[in-house]
Design a protein around this ligand. Sequence first.
Ligand code: FE
Ligand code: CA
Length: 525
Amino acid sequence: MATPRQPFTFGRRSLLAALGAGAGSLLATQLPYASVRGQMRTIGYPFTLGVASGDPLPDGVVLWTRLAPNPLVEDGSGGIGGDSVPVQWQVATDEGMRNVVQSGTVIATPQFAYSVHVEVSGLLPARVYHYRFTAVGAESPVGRTKTAPALGDRPDRLRFAFASCQHYEQGLYTAYQRMAGEDLDLVAFLGDYIYEGGVTPGNAPRKHNGPEIISLADYRNRYAQYKLDPHLQAAHAAFPWIVTPDDHEVENNYANDVPQDPAEMSAFLTRRAAAYQAYWEHLPLRASSLPMGPNAQFYRRLIFGDLADFSILDTRQYRSDQPCGDGIKPLCTEALDPNGTMTGPQQESWLLYNLASSRARWNVIAQQTIMASLQTRNAGGMNVYGLDSWGGYPAARTRILSTLDAIGTANAVVITGDIHANFAADLKLNFDDPNSRTVGVEFVGTSISSGGTGSDANPVFENARNQNPWVRYHNNRRGYVRCDLSRDVWRADYRTVAFVNQPDAPAITAASWAVERGQPGLKPA
Ligand code: FE
Ligand code: CA
């Protein structure tokens, strides 16, 4: 349990930290501007939520910001109100923004909470660029991004970090403070960017701004609250991100159109539509991921030369309902249903096609819940499984793992979030037979902050360690996983922070694991 700390306020103090010295006068200044219809208005500094970039291609990247001079105003508008606002953007080769190579103007509209998504193209592959926005007479912070290598390139190296689960009230974002100081090409975020619930006052290291969120305005303000954090802003400004949602971007453990609470069934798709819209509005996603009502295309493939091929999954929107009533339970017959699915049939075919057609050295499945079997024992001595993760969908898991085996997909690596703890596991063709072939590996990254400071090991799992011989490593601290891919070795460093209830914990490498090309299975690095 985290020890209580001084309440953290994300108001002026952290805004100043985010904006840098000299921003104070801007905050105090009301900026006059002419809106699209020519009306004069005055507002405060609009770039309070920072800048971001994402989904790098060889010739471009998405640039993101949202105008929010009053980011937590109750109506979710960010405090502009009314008319659309022109926003200028610039891309330069230097941090000082002197050598501008592209620029343009987009219109921020109230329909999308004055968010801006610029899909820049025509850039050079594998290059670092810097970018900035200007609106209502104010300049945003300068962000740094990087394009992907050209499809025909043979890169020697790709460095990225992956992260998940940033429950705001449960801990500080020190992991992002440390991640922002790394030398990375990319960040992958695997779900639980926000948490939708209310919180018990007094049981949190940071203040919370309200009860469970349902409406679009509430979802928008939850994102705004999280994105005011200076360390989260710094990590977004430092690297392009690839993001995919899990459950808490909408509701805990929802499955497709089935909410956790059956009483909410009739209104659930309306809620999902609001949640997906706010997700898209606040992240550097392409227009191809723009929700149409309650549906959104979040699964996608991103390729980094012949070195890494990422299939980024959406395991919530199309899954069958958790079997056996969800929870951590023995498998009932429903769990063995061959029609059980995490991805839906269309996404599954797409994934299996990607795995069969890839020519990359490393084939990455970026997704949400733990794929390796994780057995623990209940009070009655029975084996129990987390039914919200792949443990509740063994037929779907077998279809993927047997495909990896049958088609001989090279060097498959699953990267995972959700469980708020670090694991490294060999993926067995048949988890009921620990001697069966290893067909890939899984790196499970811990949370950024969810669960609070944590401990070196979770006793529930430690007691079950000998039941899960394919799990080679476990740790229950907060942090992220840093991956360094070369042509012959994938090295994963489990970066952890010792505490998140006080600021400024250093990051350490708690463990390092490696995979060698052509030899499925983990090796200590
Ligand atoms: Fe989580
Ligand atoms: Ca989750």
